[in-house]
Design a protein around this ligand. Structure first.
Ligand code: OKP
Ligand code: ZN
Length: 343
């Protein structure tokens, strides 16, 4: 399986994440990718290709224009306002404050477009974000042109990003771009399987009203886990999308027995849906030693999960999402790919 990966991911490396009232080195850091690359090479998966430039057309089609303009100019506006630090959201429109009017003031605009404030933006975040999207696009193009599967080693991740919000370390939704690209290439129905520990609220939101893209997510229950406000089992889609969303929220301490049962159920839902192509949001933060998560998967479990996913028999793009037990991220992510390939 070929990997698409851009060196430009390093251009997103904020100094700080707001965590527990402290500014700490972000969990989502460039070295995560180094561990994945090292493991790919160790396992002989050395077909690693630079994706080139992102195709802006599909990104514009998927995004709110004001949101894209914000991401492109946020840093310059932040500096022009005289702020010395990285961009961090402070005031967000919650409950009865939502008039849908983005402020002119950059501090206000940051809050308007943020869904969480842990994620900082720097001068070069946007360039790294586009390189991540480019990897998803190139991997999908590779599968559309006949490869059975491809791995987009995306960084920053994407599954929390909506058409008009960033946060949870995500800015542009790479998995959603891949799914739309499959649709545009002629696949009538596409499925997205999100095995990251966190609910893929952004992906869900983008496809919630659509019947052509099925979204399934296995994640920590919202009562206990970020993003806290979405990912309940009774979120099943709306309108044309009714029945095309499947959420599997699970409790602290969940191990592979229960998790793999949910995976099998999601897989059978995807089969019944009649998907012609698959996008996997490949987070490996369900791992037992992940510092910000609470499932108990072990490294061999990821290989078994890859095997089960391969049972769908679908052309597949894997998009890297989370995983913060840094030294195990490579083993766990590549285990999914090897389980898939060996199936
Ligand atoms: C992104 B992905 C620690 C909690 C921060 C954000 C988690 C984002 C996870 N400060 N909450 O889904 O792996
Ligand atoms: Zn995650």
């Amino acid at each position: 399986m070929r990997t698409y990966f851009s060196e430009r991911h390093r251009m997103h490396f904020p100094q700080a994440e707001l965590h527990g009232g402290e500014l700490v080195t972000p969990y989502e850091r460039p070295s995560r990718v180094e561990y994945v690359l090292a493991r790919l090479k160790e396992r002989g998966l050395t077909d690693i290709v630079d994706p080139g430039e992102a195709d802006m057309g599909p990104i514009r089609d998927m995004s709110d224009p004001g949101y894209l303009a914000f991401l492109e100019s946020a840093w310059d506006e932040w500096k022009a306002a005289g702020f010395a630090g990285e961009i961090i959201a402070t005031s967000t429109p919650v409950r009865r404050m939502q008039t849908g009017r983005p402020p002119r003031n950059i501090d206000g605009k940051v809050g308007y477009y943020a869904l969480a404030s842990e994620t900082a933006i720097t001068r070069t975040t946007w360039e790294a974000t586009l390189s991540s999207a480019a990897s998803a696009q190139a991997a999908t193009a590779h599968v559309i042109s006949g490869a059975w599967a491809a791995f987009a080693l995306c960084r920053p991740p994407g599954h929390h990003a909506t058409a008009d919000m960033y946060g949870g370390y995500c800015f542009i939704n790479n998995a959603a771009l891949a799914a739309e690209q499959f649709r545009a290439s002629g696949a009538g129905r596409v499925a997205i399987l999100d095995i990251d520990f966190h609910h893929g609220n952004g992906t869900q939101d983008i496809f919630y009203g659509r019947g052509d893209v099925f979204f399934a997510s296995l994640h920590g229950a919202p009562e206990d886990a970020f993003p806290y406000f979405l990912g309940f089992a009774d979120e099943t889609g709306e309108g044309d999308g009714e029945g095309s969303t499947a959420n599997y929220p699970m409790s602290p301490g969940t191990g592979y027995g229960e998790w793999s049962g949910a995976l099998d159920d999601a897989i059978s839902r995807i089969r019944a849906f009649g998907a012609e192509a698959l996008v996997v949001s490949l987070g490996v933060d369900a791992f037992k030693d992940d510092p910000i998560s609470f499932f108990k998967l072990d490294s061999p479990d990821f290989m078994d999960a890859g095997r089960r996913i391969a049972g769908l028999g679908l052309p597949t793009v894997f998009c890297m999402e989370g995983g913060y037990a840094i030294e195990a991220v490579g083993i766990n992510a590549v285990n999914v790919l090897e389980g898939f390939e060996g199936a």
